[in-house]
Design a protein around this ligand. Structure first.
Ligand code: S3P
Length: 175
């Protein structure tokens, strides 16, 4: 049985790398946000609007406990998932957890296009975005660094680099 969990800030490439890794290893890929959306029949944005962040975190925790029991999967979590409740400790018990680490500048670049799909970033200017990311990363790092493994993905940008990150991940996890 193989199970791998990816964590990291929004825009780190968890979904892209997770999908590529799952494909190479013949595992099923799950993205926690997509799972929540399909189970709740609501987008993450709608859940935030209707129940606030607190309501979303509760649902996210419950859904994490469902998906992280599945076997032969790669699970990519939301940027905030490891930072609430005892989620990171639970994840560490369920699977090897990899923190995909990137600098605020790289994250900001990746998020500039998609920030409006993310309730926490919506409406922020470029200047506000980088400051917000820096601040949040500081708060979240103690949770992220509880992962058993860390992979620096700051250089990941195009296809070759994604493949490179997947190869590095396989070496890291001995897979
Ligand atoms: C969040 C990250 C998002 C999503 C929600 C909150 C966060 O997931 O779960 O918008 O708190 O960092 P991605 O990291 O997949 O964008």
């Amino acid at each position: 049985m193989t199970r791998i969990i990816l964590i990291g800030y929004m825009g780190a490439g968890k979904t892209t790398i997770g999908k590529a890794l799952a494909k190479e290893l013949g595992l099923t890929f799950y993205d926690l946000d997509w799972y929540i959306t399909s189970r709740m029949r609501k987008t993450v944005g709608q859940i935030f609007e209707e129940r606030g962040e607190e309501g979303f975190r509760q649902i996210e925790r419950n859904m994490l406990h469902e998906v992280a029991e599945f076997e032969d999967i790669v699970l990519s979590c939301g940027g905030g998932t490891p930072c609430f409740f005892d989620n990171i400790d639970y994840m560490n018990r369920q699977a090897p957890v990899v923190y995909l680490k990137a600098t605020p500048e790289v994250l900001c670049k990746h998020l500039a296009m998609s920030k409006n799909d993310r309730p926490l970033l919506r409406g922020k200017s470029k200047e506000e975005l980088i400051g917000f990311i820096q601040q949040q990363l500081e708060k979240r790092s103690p949770f992220y660094t509880k992962a058993g493994y860390t992979l620096d993905v700051s250089l990941m940008d195009d296809y070759t680099k994604i493949q490179n990150s997947v190869a590095q991940l396989r070496t890291l996890l001995n897979l």
